[in-house]
Design a protein. Structure first.
Length: 315
């Protein structure tokens, strides 16, 4: 019995874009990254692509922003593996080194004519609207829109990957963290005028419009997961009906007195078997299907509940 796995990023429409040779060159740069970072870059790019579509960005900007997202962590090529792959919390000194991946990635892109158009991805994805980000501590008016979008996609994937979700059940807790990112925090160290300072103090780190749009993407994903899971449940129901019929034939065969009738029901049972199933293991397999059915039905109920929880969230 095949157990389907859900991919958070399976519904990305990135594949609908015909990436030319120049764009493929940028994407090939990911092959030089470690497996975890490369997968993260792919996830962030897929999510960025979908955010752009939900934000009604035009195709040209969506393609551009998606490539920027692919390259956003390319600077991690230059971060020592002992720091990049450290399982525990980084020290202040190690964190300072880690933060340089933004400028290192930017410099790498600027030195390569094919990468230069997408240098905004590495440079701006950790900047915050309230000036609390890095590497330049820019504020909203100076952070390009692509940087604001990639920041939200990056934060989301980082949390989801850390928690290793296999389903969207519980994902509302992740979104609550992103909501907090949109709220004003401690006033950043800022040297502008008092009016500018007051304006920046009203901002959080992330763009609330983009985070709100992320909710729509996630709800759409949950709906897709429900559809996939329901399709599996439907197939399980068919198999359960088949096993019930096998058991009915078994009961009738055991009660039959004539050998002809016994053989009739035996042949009926055999016709209902699938590869890998035998008359000896049907009861065991039947029980496995029942358990899988109940488990998946419970997941669907939780997913519907998750949608309700997300719809109650406010940015």
């Amino acid at each position: 019995m095949k157990q389907p796995e859900f991919d958070f990023y399976d519904k990305t429409s990135l594949k609908s874009y015909n990436l030319d040779k120049t764009m493929r060159y940028q994407l090939d740069m990911l092959d030089t990254l470690d497996v975890f970072t490369r997968k993260h870059c792919e996830n962030v790019a897929s999510l960025t692509c979908r955010l752009c579509e939900y934000l009604h960005c035009n195709k040209g900007f969506t393609e551009y922003c998606t490539i920027c997202a692919y390259l956003h962590d390319i600077g991690k090529l230059f971060i020592p593996p002992a720091i990049l792959q450290k399982p525990g919390k980084l020290t202040d000194e190690e964190y300072a080194v880690m933060k340089t991946h933004t400028t290192l990635g930017y410099e790498m892109c600027m030195k390569d004519l094919k990468l230069r158009p997408y240098a905004a991805g590495p440079l701006y994805h950790h900047e915050a609207l309230n000036g609390a980000g890095y590497p330049q501590g820019l504020t909203k008016k100076d952070i390009p829109y692509e940087g604001q979008i990639i920041r939200v996609a990056d934060e989301y994937d980082a949390i989801v990957s850390k928690r290793q979700y296999k389903s969207h059940v519980g994902i509302s807790d992740t979104l609550k963290i992103l909501i907090d990112e949109t709220k004003p925090s401690i006033t950043p160290d800022y040297s502008g005028s008092l009016n500018q300072l007051a304006e920046e103090a009203k901002l959080g780190k992330s763009n609330p419009v983009i985070v709100r749009t992320l909710f729509k993407v996630v709800i759409d994903d949950i709906g897709y997961e429900i559809t996939c899971t329901q399709s599996y449940v439907d197939s399980l129901e068919e198999d359960i009906k088949r096993f019930k019929q096998i058991e009915k034939y078994r009961e009738k065969m055991e009660k039959a007195k004539k050998e002809k009738d016994k053989n009739y029901y035996l042949e009926g049972m055999k016709l209902l078997l699938k590869p890998g199933e035998t008359l000896e293991n049907t009861k065991e397999i039947y029980q496995e299907y029942i358990e899988a059915y109940n488990t998946r039905k419970a997941i669907i109920d939780k997913l519907y509940s998750e949608i309700k929880s997300i719809k109650k969230l406010h940015v």
